[in-house]
Design a protein around this ligand. Structure first.
Ligand code: FUC
Length: 779
């Protein structure tokens, strides 16, 4: 029927493909839902075909090679360098001249001076690192007689499986990352007792020593330095091999098992990182304790507890967008034909995968999801696999609140807490200002000064944008103690801008300077400017949210009053000569060198913000639409995902779906469903997930819009567990493009205006109370 060669190339005839169309059933398993499962008929050849598992902190990419399994391993605090302070001591003295040149219209000169004097030292931040690979070789497996090969990722169980038969023996492999036991667990089983032989080994590109001790492999290493910043981290990967039956012996650099019935492999990983300024952790002791506790628990308990913990979050939302025969095919084939096939279940799978990926890459106590979540196989990954906070990190968290994963924002909130410390030093030393600031990029060491070059890095609004996520956590959850705890972070971010905003001599408005509209040039080679639209929009949100928080908490009235006054003096959004929303203070848009630029920064006001919307600011919404048309729909992965959210806010469901199908197609989605910038960047997965939610339900203040951008190709479906602002759960079902029922359940008391097309109804709910609405409920 089929054969997998030693390194896993599947050879298959057309007849075999038909015979294998129900491989799970052939192996006696019930086929899992096409909404919750990625599956393939061949092992991964490349990393972007391998399947990700993670517990927020540690993760692996599972290749599924039958006789040669590879798990590429990550630990989320293994980065280059060590604690460092990137402040440039020359910046403060040069700042007034940079500002003067900008207001004089000498932008190229301002940018040159900024490059000479205002940038961080070193100019680049530290890169996230791969830890290495675990290999499981099955030396006695004959690669020529493999049958019924299938590998899959079950999003509901959070387990990667590989199944095949060889020489009359069925093999099954399960891999998971436990958030409870803090280990990766691999379970190998065979249908014939004693038929399992395997060699387990570890390899790392890092500076590390491997010891084989009894049933364990212990890799002790240190991280690399970078750009003059010395390495400061120790790391340990500890692997324990637990056979059932058979024998275990040391082999060259490996632990070998022969004649076993089953084998459990436990992997623990840790570094000495404790905080951006503290690297005194003990990864030897930590991993030893983790392996001992996990060994005592055993695989079945580890798996059961890991699944329960995952499902607590994952099962909060379920979605059904309809199902066509296309959904029967392997995931890579569905991606290949995304644009030409009618496969609404592929969008549902993408949505579920996005939620799976956020749960797997961002949990309380872990680092926030970086540009690649936690999955990176390189020592020099694209853009350092860091945190780019001029869009990418924010996009990672767009689905968190509306898709009921608020808990996953904990690492982002913790990072902002750190940035308020490191960013206070950058604010003081480089701007002579109070409060705190972060520019367009941060890393594990919470470096906050402008990096890379002025035309990318000289953007002071990254921290302010992150603060809007802290506000959203309040707005969706309404936990007053939380709001009180994060208020100082909002206040500090606002304080910085109270001190650094400049009065534009031409317009009289208050503007940021120096700044830029991420990462777009207004004239060839020049980005630096004053008061780009996005800055003004973000600051309107920041000042508004800080003042509202102060009012809710009944404190800081004078500061709130000051913010409101300053907010009114910020340069307003403007409509330019081509009917577009101006990206800059001047109407430069039509002459800017890159008309199709991937960033749509000035459309922040339409999404994620609500400042511009169809109801309250129709003229600005029309201008935003014009800008969107000029920019075009096809961009890099994340930029395409942003556009879908924007079309959803414009309530154009069919248009949004057209762009979504492109995002889900092979140019922007790899076979393992990772987003392709290209290269792999996880933000597009999260932006796409948020967009699907946005097509089905939107909430703004106390308004809830039901099915605001439902495409005609999703005529019948349902979604349950979405969240609206004001701590309200929303369950929806629709049939033939008509709302069947909407159930709203409040966690705190509230009044909502619920809208369906042009009709509306008002609901008042007590805590815990639900209301069910049908199409006839709206007038
Ligand atoms: C920003 C984007 C790039 C890329 C990088 C990580 O600089 O402009 O497209 O996503 O972040």
């Amino acid at each position: 029927m089929s054969a997998v060669t030693r390194r896993g190339v599947l050879k298959q005839s057309a007849a075999a493909a038909t015979a294998m169309s129900l491989p799970a059933a052939a192996l006696g398993q019930a086929p899992a839902s096409s909404h919750d499962r990625l599956w393939y008929r061949q092992p991964a050849q490349q990393w972007i075909e391998a399947l990700p598992i993670g517990n927020g902190r540690i993760g692996a990419m599972v290749f599924g090679g039958a006789d040669h399994e590879r798990l590429q391993l990550n630990e989320d605090t293994l980065w280059a360098g060590g604690p460092y302070d990137p402040v440039n001591p020359d910046a403060l003295a040069a700042l007034p001249e940079v500002r003067r040149l900008i207001f004089a219209g000498q932008f190229a000169e301002a940018q040159a001076l900024a490059n000479a004097k205002l940038m961080a030292k070193p100019l680049a931040q530290m890169a996230y690192q791969t830890l290495g690979d675990l290999f499981v070789d099955l030396p006695n497996l004959s690669p020529d007689n493999l049958r019924d090969y299938e590998r899959a990722l079950d999003l509901d169980a959070a387990v990667a499986t590989t199944r095949f038969a060889a020489s009359g023996v069925r093999h099954e492999r399960r891999v998971l990352a436990s958030p409870v036991h803090q280990v990766i667990a691999v379970r190998l089983t065979v249908s014939r007792p004693g038929a399992l032989d395997c060699d387990v080994s570890l390899r790392s590109p890092q500076l590390a020593d491997l010891a084989v001790e009894g049933d364990s492999l212990i890799l002790r290493g240190e991280n690399p330095g970078q750009g003059g910043i010395a390495p400061a981290l120790k790391f340990v990967a500890r692997v324990r091999v637990l056979p059932e039956g058979g024998s275990i012996a040391r082999r060259a650099g490996a632990v070998g098992v022969r004649g076993a019935n089953a084998v459990t492999i436990l992997i623990a990983m840790a570094t000495s990182y404790r905080r951006f300024d503290d690297v005194t952790g003990d990864p030897v002791a930590v991993t030893r304790a983790q392996i001992e506790a996990a060994s005592a628990a055993g695989y079945e308990r580890i798996a059961a507890e890991a699944a329960a913990e995952h499902q607590r979050l994952y099962r909060a939302v379920s979605i059904d967008l309809g199902r066509t025969p296309a959904a029967e095919r392997p995931t890579d084939e569905r991606i290949r034909t995304s644009e030409s096939s009618d496969d609404p279940a592929l969008a549902a799978l993408y949505f579920n995968y996005g939620r799976y990926l956020l749960i797997s890459s961002s949990r309380p106590g872990s680092q926030p999801a970086n540009l690649q979540g936690i999955w990176n196989d390189r020592v020099n990954p694209p853009w350092g696999s860091k945190y780019t906070i001029n869009i990418n990190t924010e996009m990672n968290y767009w689905p968190a609140e509306p898709t009921a994963l608020a808990e996953c924002t904990a690492p982002l909130i913790a990072m902002v807490r750190d940035l308020a410390v490191t960013g206070a030093r950058t604010a003081g030393e480089m701007y002579g200002a109070g409060g705190w600031v972060a520019h367009h990029n941060v890393d594990l060491w919470r470096a906050t000064a402008p990096i890379d070059g002025a035309s990318w890095g000289l953007w002071p609004t990254g921290g302010a944008w992150l603060c809007t996520h802290l506000w959203d956590r309040w707005d969706y959850g309404r936990d007053r103690a939380y709001l009180a705890a994060i208020y100082p972070l909002l206040r500090g971010a606002s304080q910085f801008f109270v001190e650094v905003l400049q009065r534009d001599p031409k317009s009289g408005f208050m503007v940021t300077s120096p700044s830029l509209s991420p990462e777009n040039e207004h004239h060839a080679g020049v980005s630096v400017c004053a008061g780009p639209a996005m800055d003004m929009q973000i600051l309107r949100d920041l000042f508004d949210q800080t003042a509202r928080a102060a009012a809710i908490l009944g404190k800081d009235n004078a500061f709130a009053t000051r913010l409101k006054a300053l907010r009114a003096q910020l340069a307003p959004d403007r409509i330019g000569g081509h009917g577009q929303l101006q990206e800059w203070q001047e109407d430069w848009d039509a002459g800017a060198p890159e008309q199709n630029h991937r960033h749509v920064s000035h459309l922040y006001a339409l999404y994620p913000s609500h400042q511009i919307n169809l109801d309250d600011t129709p003229a600005l919404a029309a201008a935003a639409r014009r800008s969107l048309e000029i920019r075009g729909d096809r961009a890099t992965g994340w930029a395409t995902a942003w556009r879908i959210n924007l079309w959803a806010r414009l309530r154009e469901g069919d248009h949004a779906l057209g762009v979504l199908k492109f995002l889900l197609g092979p140019e922007r989605t790899y076979p393992n469903m990772f987003d392709a910038h290209p290269p792999f960047q996880i933000d597009g997965n999260f932006g796409g997930t948020a967009a699907i939610a946005e097509m089905l339900m939107q909430s703004r203040d106390n308004q809830i819009l039901l099915l605001p951008a439902l495409p005609s190709a999703w005529p019948t479906g349902s979604v349950s567990g979405l969240r609206a602002r004001g701590a309200c759960r929303v369950d929806l079902a629709w049939h033939d493009r008509r709302l069947q029922s909407a159930t709203l359940t409040a966690a705190v008391p509230g009044t909502w205006i619920v809208r369906l097309g042009d009709r509306r109804t008002t609901v008042h709910l007590r805590p815990g109370q639900s209301v069910q609405l049908g199409s006839a409920s709206f007038t």
